[in-house]
Write a protein that binds this ligand. Structure first.
Ligand SMILES: C[S@@+](CC[C@H](N)C(=O)[O-])C[C@H]1O[C@@H](n2cnc3c(N)ncnc32)[C@H](O)[C@@H]1O
Length: 234
C-alpha cells in the first residue's frame, strides 16, 4: 500500500538549514542531555564488554559524542543521508570523529541495510519518523531488527503523537504504537526508559527464535523443553 509522504519542513541536505535545525534544537530542547544520559546508561547496563554501535539518522553527532565518551565502543557507524549533517557532526565531535565511520545512506531505500554486518547496538534519536509516514515504521523497524546481532540492544527514541500537541498523527506513532510496533517488528523486553517533551526512549532486544532443526537433532532434549517450535528465548 502506498502512503503519501508527510513533507519535511527542513531540507537536511542544505548546510544552512541543517545548521539552523541544530541551533534551534539545542536552544529549544536543552533537556536532550537527559536522553543522552539514558542512552549511555542503557548501553552500559546491557553490555559488559566492548560493543559495536550503529546510529540511524545521526545528524550532528550529539548522541555519538556522549556514547563515545562514556561507553566502551569497538566501532561506531553513523548513518545519515545528509553530507551536510555528517560535516556538522565532524565539526561537533572534533578528534572523536576519527572513531566514527560516517556512512551516507538513505534508510528509506528498500535495501539500506544490505551488506551491513550484524551490530551489537542500534540507536536512533528523533529520526525514525523521517520515513515520513507512520505506516512505514513497522517495515523500517523490521529491517532494523535484521541488522542487530543476537544478544544486542535497540534504543529507539522519537517524537510521539498525542492529542492536543499539534504533532501530525499521520507522521508520528503514539507512545503505545511505538511499543507495539517494536514487538511486531521482532523485538521483546520492550521498555520505555524516558518520556519527556513529547519524545520517548524505548529499549528493546531482538526476539530470538529457537531453530526448528533442534527438534530433529535431539528429540529427547526437545521433549524435556516441552516440544516447542519457535519458542522465544532470552
Ligand atoms: C531531526 S534530525 C535528528 C538528528 C539526530 N538524531 C539528533 O537527534 O540530533 C533527523 C536526521 O535524520 C536524517 N535523515 C532524514 N531522513 C533520512 C533518511 N531517509 N535516511 C537517512 N537519514 C535521514 C537527517 O539528515 C537528520 O540528520
Amino acid at each position: 500500500m502506498m502512503f503519501t509522504d508527510v513533507p519535511s519542513p527542513v531540507d537536511f541536505h542544505d548546510l544552512q538549514q541543517a545548521r539552523a535545525w541544530v541551533e534551534n534544537t539545542v536552544a529549544a530542547r536543552p533537556w536532550r542531555s537527559a536522553f543522552f544520559d539514558a542512552f549511555v546508561d542503557a548501553l552500559n547496563q546491557h553490555f559488559r564488554r566492548s560493543f559495536s554501535v550503529l546510529e540511524l539518522g545521526s545528524g550532528p553527532g550529539h548522541l555519538a559524542g556522549h556514547v563515545l565518551e562514556r561507553c566502551t565502543v569497538a566501532q561506531y557507524r553513523a548513518i545519515d543521508f545528509s553530507a551536510a549533517m555528517h560535516a556538522l557532526a565532524r565539526e561537533h565531535l572534533g578528534a572523536a570523529a576519527e572513531r566514527v565511520l560516517f556512512v551516507e545512506k538513505d534508510f528509506r531505500s528498500p535495501h539500506w541495510f544490505a551488506g551491513l554486518a550484524p551490530v551489537d547496538a542500534i540507536v536512533t534519536m528523533q529520526a525514525a519518523h523521517e520515513v515520513r509516514h507512520k505506516a512505514r515504521q513497522p517495515g523500517f523497524l523490521a529491517q532494523v531488527r535484521r541488522v542487530i546481532a543476537e544478544g544486542g540492544l535497540f534504543l529507539f527514541c522519537d517524537h510521539y503523537a498525542e492529542p492536543g500537541t499539534g504533532k501530525n498523527p499521520e507522521l508520528f506513532l503514539t507512545k503505545r504504537e511505538q511499543a507495539d510496533t517494536l514487538v511486531r517488528a521482532g523485538f521483546q523486553d520492550v521498555r520505555m526508559l524516558l518520556d519527556f517533551g513529547g519524545i520517548a526512549l524505548h529499549r528493546a532486544v531482538p526476539l530470538t527464535v529457537t531453530p526448528r532443526a533442534s527438534r530433529t537433532i535431539d528429540p529427547h532434549a526437545n521433549r524435556e523443553r516441552g516440544g516447542f517450535i519457535g519458542r522465544c528465548r532470552n
